[in-house]
Design a protein around this ligand. Structure first.
Ligand code: RP5
Length: 180
């Protein structure tokens, strides 16, 4: 899962359903890997790529232009700062693109959030919360989209939610070490 590779559409194996892309290696550990953890848990095959809007624009445009010709149904795109990647990617594909604003050093991800969410009318990017929460929800949202057409994915998503419910206690308990 952590392998970095240049995306070669003609070599796709295992029929991935989700394309997870990010602007930089620096987006991976803190943020984007959490989307992949969710996809793994829900047994949704995916591939991972780095497609920088400003450093590798040709790669970004090539991959975004070809991704709908594969088994992939949903794109998750994370970026920080000016965060042009999700919008650029969405402009080149009719597949749904879920944007994840990466928490930036300068503005704590507010810049990323506004860049991704404020697409002018014409091309939409479904925008999640900033950082790890957004990446987790991006994985879940991708599952919900795929689940609308694939009952086995929908079943796994509902089981995931049941497990979350089961883990919530009916009442809070005192944590001894935090007692005054
Ligand atoms: C964006 O610039 C990336 O998505 C990343 O969040 C940010 C900083 O990138 P690096 O300078 O760490 O490569 O393109």
């Amino acid at each position: 899962m952590t392998d970095r590779f240049e995306f070669e559409l003609k070599n796709l194996i295992g029929k991935p359903l989700v394309y997870v892309t990010m602007g930089s290696q620096s987006d991976w550990e803190s943020t984007m890997r959490h989307a992949c953890v969710v996809l793994n848990k829900l047994e949704i095959p995916f591939i991972v790529s780095i497609d920088s809007a400003h450093r590798t624009p040709d790669r970004l445009h090539r991959n975004a232009g070809q991704v709908s010709l594969t088994s992939i149904k949903v794109v998750i795109a994370g970026a920080g700062g000016a965060a042009a990647l999700p919008g650029n990617f969405a402009a080149k594909t009719a597949l749904p693109v879920i944007g994840v604003p990466v928490e930036s050093n300068a503005l704590s991800g507010i810049d990323s959030l506004l860049s991704i969410v404020q697409m002018p009318p014409s091309v939409g990017v479904g925008t999640m919360a900033i950082g790890k929460s957004g990446a987790i929800n991006a994985g879940l949202y991708a599952a919900a989209i795929i689940g609308a057409f694939d009952t086995s994915v929908q079943d796994r998503l509902m089981k995931y939610r049941s497990a979350l419910s089961d883990a919530v206690a009916t009442a809070p308990v005192d944590e001894p070490e935090k007692r005054n």
